[in-house]
Ligand binder design. Structure first.
Ligand SMILES: [Zn+2]
Length: 173
């Protein structure tokens, strides 16, 4: 087939580019953030950013997490792992009401609590919950570095996700 050779080459170049991107991303996060919250099983949240999606789905979520964890240890950043995306996604970040019916298809979180009624982008709601988790649950810190304990100012991390790309999750799962 004509062109299949150059297509292979192009694919290899892309592969290298993704790996580089992933390294740059994890380095940047580890160097510039004092805390990074990641969701344990979650590809969903991360894959909503298209550029990230390419990098992460190609090299793998495991590689992303591994890199982030060891780099965090180097640079004194904490990695907080939230164990279930459901919890952060289904809980209202304002009042704590839980939407048990929420599915991956629901892009907007609508709080049904009569005193709250917040309507918010689903991912933004989840990210806010994760931020609160980062600030309040030191026992869930997952970075192995000994040097990461002394940093006094937690939280304030948003993973660069949150642009919606509805097909990204199923495309990579
Ligand atoms: Zn609420």
């Amino acid at each position: 087939m004509k062109g299949s050779q150059s297509r292979k080459k192009a694919a290899r170049r892309l592969d290298t580019a993704y790996r580089t991107t992933l390294h740059q991303l994890t380095s940047r996060l580890a160097k510039t953030k004092s805390v990074v919250v990641i969701e344990d099983l979650n590809v969903a949240g991360m894959l909503k950013n298209h550029a990230l999606a390419l990098a992460i789905s190609d090299v793998g979520w495991g590689a992303f997490r591994r890199q982030l964890t060891y780099k965090a240890a180097w640079y004194g950043c904490r990695v907080v792992v939230a164990d279930r995306w459901e919890k952060s996604s289904k809980t209202c970040c304002q009042c704590g009401w839980v939407d048990e019916q929420l599915t991956l298809k629901d892009r907007v979180f609508r709080c049904q609590h009569p005193a709250c009624g917040q309507v918010m982008d689903r991912d933004l709601n989840a990210a806010t919950n994760l931020e609160q988790l980062a600030g309040s649950s030191p026992d869930r810190i997952n970075a192995r570095g000994e040097g990461s304990a002394g940093l006094g100012h937690p939280a304030q991390v948003k993973l660069p996700s949150l642009k919606q790309e509805p097909n990204a999750f199923s495309a990579s799962a």
